[in-house]
Design a protein around this ligand. Structure first.
Ligand code: IVH
Length: 678
């Protein structure tokens, strides 16, 4: 049928309407974090728009929401002008260079006999500035280009070591501190393990993970990322500066509540700085966070001022970096490990090489795409990097040293453990063994179940789990609860005492929180965060097992892929059998009820508006329902309380007109936790 002008006009009108609506919902979702419609309703609008644009390509414009492919708006952070520029540091790499720096500054300070210094670990994270007004945290910013940064106030607020208030009577009217946000090695590993399990791209190192987390537009994601901060300088101050040197300023900041690195050391000579550098370098791999060197700073503010700044680097401070932890060696071959969810994980087997005093013979290769993108071939000479405690990785092949007989890698099409077909996930990077009864998976599942973040069963680690599995005593995690002391005593090197201890820790684990059990089950796509959410929303295993995919996607943090995976997991007979065995063994399969809140809100109706810090909207509503209360979508005379979060809409005004009580998020939490009468 021929298109008529009026068809085009009608389409144009509808396209404009749809764009307006979708833009509105995008704003609610991405900027305010307060969507008004479900994902499904949003998808209907998007699909209609996409269809119309396909039919009438002339109507497509670069600003159309279809052209954005769902990316979060990147211009949502405000711009912050730093009151004083955030500088960078000059680098030295040897004692000689350090001495040369020291000589230079001595020459610039004729008549000064003694130059006291402070030496500090150089944290490998990202620089931020925090501003306090009348003792209250009011602004957080990234370094940006040194002059202007991004407003990340909310994100930094989620870092528990950032004080939100400091004693007002002890501080200048307005002052700024600067420091380094970082992620510990352990938190980094856990985050990447979770991401690997959920099929998400991995962070290359803790610094990238910290930077990525801090620059999240949704600060609730930041809140789940275990970030930390060390304050390393006092910045701009309005009013009297509370110290005349760096060391005292740090002591002062520590007193009023900031986190200062306890390794910072006062040095009376450059030799003491050298010794400090050696000490930190030796301790480097034992530290819980990554450092890439030490920073030496002239202590006196007066001397700092005299030395001044050149090319955005202060003359009064220097970074003495550690040598790069890199070496070249031959990649002998690529092996494949099978993980708990059946993922085939390629691993580089290297000719052993010493990097920073540690012999490295293996390196992570992540997945097929990683190997292809870097064009890593078996037989290549490769550049290997060790960053702190993080698993060594291959930076790149040294192409110039190729002999010509190196072999491009092909992922096996069969599981190396059980021989079943290995299938690459559609749209994903991971190849998995298709056999859910694959022994490699079974053992990994048992180890995961017993691991620290899951059921935390002391004594059931790599060795014992493997032995129990190989002897056929434990075929799935639930079998752990049926072990007898006699069975354990048959294992090598297992005395009565240690056997009793193992059984004791297995028994103890029966009462672990429900969320841990859910995490321990190893449901694909379910990391510990998702397990927490599931435990809170479903309360017990039966209601979770009964949940349909729709019930699951209604929870804001659960997408369709995860919902599908959970649904499928509980439909599998083997998994149902495991749950039954756990139930018979009396393992806790429900969320502990809080006695104080149980049914406390019967007869009350709550409405929630605006963005909450500690819950998603769904979670807050779920908590009200759990306690017997009702949830309304709009304020009316029937509403008992309106809970008001950040950026509330018109509901707050309406509540006032109707005389409905309002609650802050804190007051709401006090009620839920029984500290306040509803
Ligand atoms: S002082 C003018 N102290 O290193 C001096 N910086 O390369 C400003 N850094 O942007 C920095 N640990 O992000 C200082 N103890 C420390 C540090 C440190 C890490 C970072 C900081 C700075 C970068 C300069």
């Amino acid at each position: 049928m021929a298109e008529t002008l009026s068809d085009l006009e009608t389409a144009k009108k509808r396209v404009n309407e749809l764009r307006k609506l979708i833009n509105h919902h995008n704003y609610r979702y991405y900027v305010l974090d307060d969507p008004e419609v479900s994902d499904a309703e949003y998808d209907v609008l998007m699909n209609e728009l996409r269809k119309l644009e396909e039919t009438y390509p002339d109507l497509v414009t670069p600003e159309s929401p279809t052209q954005r492919v769902g990316a979060a708006p990147v211009d949502a952070f405000g711009v912050v002008q730093h009151p004083e520029p955030m500088l960078s540091l000059g680098n030295v790499f040897s004692n000689n260079e350090l001495l040369a720096w020291h000589k230079r500054i001595k020459n610039l300070l004729p008549g000064v006999e003694q130059i006291d210094m402070v030496a500090e670990p150089k944290m490998d994270g990202l620089a931020v500035a925090l501003t306090y007004v009348e003792g209250v945290y009011t602004l957080g910013a990234t370094r940006g280009d040194g002059y202007r940064g991004e407003d990340i106030t909310q994100n930094l607020k989620t870092i528990k070591s950032v004080p939100l208030e400091v004693p007002r009577e002890l501080v200048p009217l307005r002052f700024e501190v600067r420091g380094e946000v970082f992620m510990s090695k352990a938190a980094f590993k856990k985050l990447n393990d979770d991401r690997a399990r959920e099929g998400l791209p991995l962070f290359a190192n803790p610094r990238n993970a910290a930077a990525g987390s801090v620059r999240q537009l949704d600060s609730r994601i930041t809140a789940h990322r275990s970030l930390d901060i060390f304050i390393y300088s006092l910045g701009w101050v309005q009013g009297k500066v509370p110290a005349d040197n760096h060391w005292d300023a740090m002591q002062y900041l520590k007193r009023i509540g900031f986190k200062i690195n306890p390794l910072n050391t006062f040095c009376r000579s450059i030799e003491e700085v050298e010794a400090f550098h050696q000490r930190i370098q030796d301790a480097r791999s034992a530290l819980t966070y990554e450092t890439d060197g030490v920073v030496a700073k002239v202590n006196s503010f007066a001397l700092q001022k005299r030395l001044g700044i050149v090319a955005r680097e202060p003359r009064w401070a220097i970074a003495y970096k550690f040598p790069a932890l890199q070496a070249t060696t031959r990649l002998k071959r690529i092996e494949v490990n099978v993980g708990r969810t059946g993922s085939l994980n390629p691993l580089a087997v290297l000719e052993p090489v010493s990097i920073g005093g540690v012999t490295v013979s293996r390196a992570a290769l992540h997945n097929e795409d990683y190997i292809r993108e870097k064009d890593i071939r078996e037989g290549d000479i490769v550049l290997v990097q060790r960053a702190g405690d993080v698993i060594p990785e291959i930076v790149a092949p040294v192409v110039s040293r190729r002999a010509g007989d190196e072999k491009p890698y092909v992922m096996p099409r069969k599981c190396p453990v059980c021989g079943a077909d290995a299938v690459r996930e559609e749209g994903g990077a991971i190849t998995r063994c298709s056999n859910s009864a694959c022994p490699a998976q079974a053992l990994e599942k048992i180890k995961h179940f017993a691991s620290r973040d899951a059921m935390d069963i002391e004594g059931v680690g790599e060795k014992l789990a493997t032995a129990l599995f190989e002897f056929g005593l434990v075929k799935d995690p639930a079998d752990l609860y049926y072990l007898t002391i006699d069975q354990l005593l048959h294992l090598e090197r297992m005395g009565e005492k240690s056997a009793a201890k193992v059984l004791d820790s297995i028994t103890k684990s029966k009462n672990r929180p429900f969320s841990r059990l859910l995490y321990g089950l190893g449901i694909p796509q379910v990391g510990s965060e998702t397990a927490d959410v599931l435990a809170r929303c479903f309360q017990n295993i039966d209601s979770l097992m009964a949940a349909k995919e729709d019930d699951l996607t209604r929870i804001m943090t659960i997408g369709p892929k995860t919902a599908h995976s959970i649904y499928v997991f509980f439909r599998q007979e083997g998994n149902q059998r495991i749950i039954e065995k756990l139930r018979r063994a009396d393992v806790n399969l429900k969320t502990e009820e809080k006695q104080t809140t149980a049914r406390l809100l019967v007869g009350k109706q709550f409405v929630v508006t605006g963005r909450l810090e500690n819950f998603t909207r769904q979670e807050a509503e779920e908590r009200v329902r759990e306690a017997g209360g009702a949830v309304g979508s709009d304020v009316s005379r029937k509403t008992s309380y309106l809970v008001v979060g950040a950026d509330p809409g018109s509901k707050a005004a309406k509540a006032q007109t109707l005389g409905v009580n309002t609650l802050t998020e804190q007051e709401f939490m006090d009620i839920l936790e029984g500290r306040r009468q509803p």
